[in-house]
Design a protein. Structure first.
Length: 185
């Protein structure tokens, strides 16, 4: 995640409402014709509104798969702007419930703590077992199941059968409140 975008303070909801139209059905954000007080002069306003008004704000994705935009020379994640537009609040961390970082439909966004956000992450590309928190321990000749909880790694157990390790891991996810999408591909 690109934390410099995360840290830019969002403008007020009123200001954002002057800048954007949001379509909750599609999750797309569009530029409005912005008022003169948003610009240095009438020429800058005319250029911006002539070029951008009515157009989608962010079509390209950043390297992490998020839509971003620039507003008043600051970069923001589009989903954070949408959350503030809809709720009037700055989200702590915005979780894309279905895991698709480009899907900014409001029912797919939720404000959560960093801890909760980490309980809904996709499987890392370095995973070799196909299940988050389960790996082969060649020294013990067993499947090793574990789960992270905050800064600690909880040892669930070692298992002869892969299925038993997976079952134990999934049970621990339920106990610790992990999202059902956690570990998706």
């Amino acid at each position: 995640m690109c934390y410099n975008l995360q840290m830019n303070k969002l403008p007020t909801q009123e200001y954002l409402q002057q800048c954007f139209n949001y379509d909750p059905e599609t999750g797309l954000l569009y530029w409005k014709a912005r008022p003169p007080e948003h610009f240095r002069n009438k020429r800058a306003q005319a250029i911006f509104n002539g070029t951008y008004a009515g157009k989608e704000t962010a079509k390209a994705l950043d390297k992490d798969g998020y839509k971003t935009l620039s507003l008043d020379r600051k970069s923001f994640y589009t989903h954070r702007i949408i959350y503030k537009l809809e709720k009037g609040l700055d989200p702590e961390h915005t979780d894309h419930v279905n895991g698709n970082r480009a899907d900014n439909k409001f029912d797919n966004l939720r404000s959560v703590s960093q801890t909760i956000n980490m309980k809904n992450v996709k499987m890392y590309i370095t995973n070799t077992s196909g299940v988050v928190g389960v790996r082969w321990d060649k020294n013990k000749n067993r499947w090793f199941a574990y789960i992270g909880s905050g800064k600690t790694k909880i040892h669930i157990g070692r298992f002869i059968a892969f299925g038993d390790a997976v079952k134990a891991r999934k049970q621990k996810e339920i106990e610790l409140g992990y999202h059902e999408n956690h570990g998706r591909n």
